[in-house]
Design a binder for this molecule. Structure first.
Ligand code: SAM
Length: 298
């Protein structure tokens, strides 16, 4: 048995559940599901099944449906239950509640009533995709699902175009090809991207390439499963060493090494230190066959 029955104080517990593999759940999440008084679930059948897999008896506790379309009265009932001393666990169908899933209005109402809200963190498709998506993770923007209408989707993509963050989108398998075309057209075909499919599941797959390459690769393909699309940040177009050297040679015809490195690094969105080192190497190669200009500044 992996769970413990522990006394829980009254409050709302936002419990993350697996996005694929059922064992991707924390021990604390199991403890809360085993010990709470009431479970508010986006999908009551999925919640019951998860508890069954992990051997958590429901007993005479209730699992009530709670989703995005739940009424204000449903929120009030849950707040009242917590006020009356209940520990209420909120689970979405998969992953972390509130992340493109229900829970926000409820959490806000509980907090507004002066009652405690706590999270039992765990899986989320955003973070899982970033972990294996082969794009920078130091700064990212979660964009959720874009609108299905082509005009509204393109307008939102254009708004995101210049953000210097890896962009994370949730998308349905039947729209992923259209999404890639729209992203290619709005953001430019050279941007690096990843299509992360069926994360943590048997047919997990990560396809990487430029938006142009991925739009071609998904053309005519019948795609199944759940999908996260990552798109590389603005100004992070892949630059090959030869491009840097060409730009530096050109800049060094009219500028000192240091200034040329600064200009090229800025234009290409690269770290100055790295470009400066390349510039120094080029200058050394050049000087080996020519008179020293004395220009080894720092
Ligand atoms: N709350 C969830 C979370 O924390 O990631 C997200 C729920 S949202 C309604 C469902 C979307 O998340 C799917 O359409 C897909 O875009 C993404 N997703 C969820 N599970 C996934 C998986 N195993 N692989 C890839 N994407 C997934």
């Amino acid at each position: 048995m992996n769970h413990r029955i522990t006394p829980l104080s009254a409050g709302l517990y936002l419990v993350a559940t697996p996005i694929g593999t059922a064992r991707d759940i924390t021990l604390r999440a199991l403890d809360i599901l085993a010990s709470c008084d009431l479970i508010a679930a986006e999908d009551t059948r999925t919640a019951r099944k998860l508890m069954e897999i992990h051997g958590i008896p429901l007993g005479d506790r209730r699992v009530v449906a709670f989703h995005d379309h739940s009424s204000d009265a449903a929120v009030t009932k849950l707040v009242d239950a917590i006020r009356g001393g209940a520990a209420v666990a909120c689970v979405s169908e998969a992953g972390t509640p509130l992340i493109a899933d229900p829970g926000f209005e409820l959490a806000r109402a509980v907090r507004a009533a002066g009652l405690p809200v706590t999270a039992a963190p765990g899986p989320s498709a955003v973070i899982t995709a970033l972990s294996i998506g082969d794009l920078p993770t130091d700064r990212f923007a979660f964009c959720g699902f874009l609108p299905a209408s082509p005009a509204a989707r393109s307008a939102e993509l254009v708004e995101l175009r210049d953000l210097p963050f890896t962009l994370v989108f949730y998308e349905s398998p039947k729209r992923v090809h259209d999404f890639l075309i729209a992203a290619r057209d709005a953001l430019g075909g050279e941007r690096q991207a990843s299509v992360c499919r069926e994360l943590t599941k048997k047919f997990e797959e990560v396809s990487t390439g430029t938006l142009s390459e991925l739009a071609d690769a998904f053309d005519g393909r019948s795609v199944k499963g759940e999908i996260v699309v990552l798109i590389g940040r603005a100004g992070a177009v892949a630059v090959v060493d030869a491009d840097i050297e060409t730009a530096l040679r050109q800049a060094m015809q009219t500028m000192r090494v240091k200034d040329a490195a600064t200009a090229v690094a800025g234009a290409m969105g690269l770290p100055r230190r790295q470009v400066y080192q390349t510039a120094l190497n080029l200058k050394d190669d050049h000087d080996d066959g020519h008179t020293d200009t004395g220009d080894r500044d720092s």
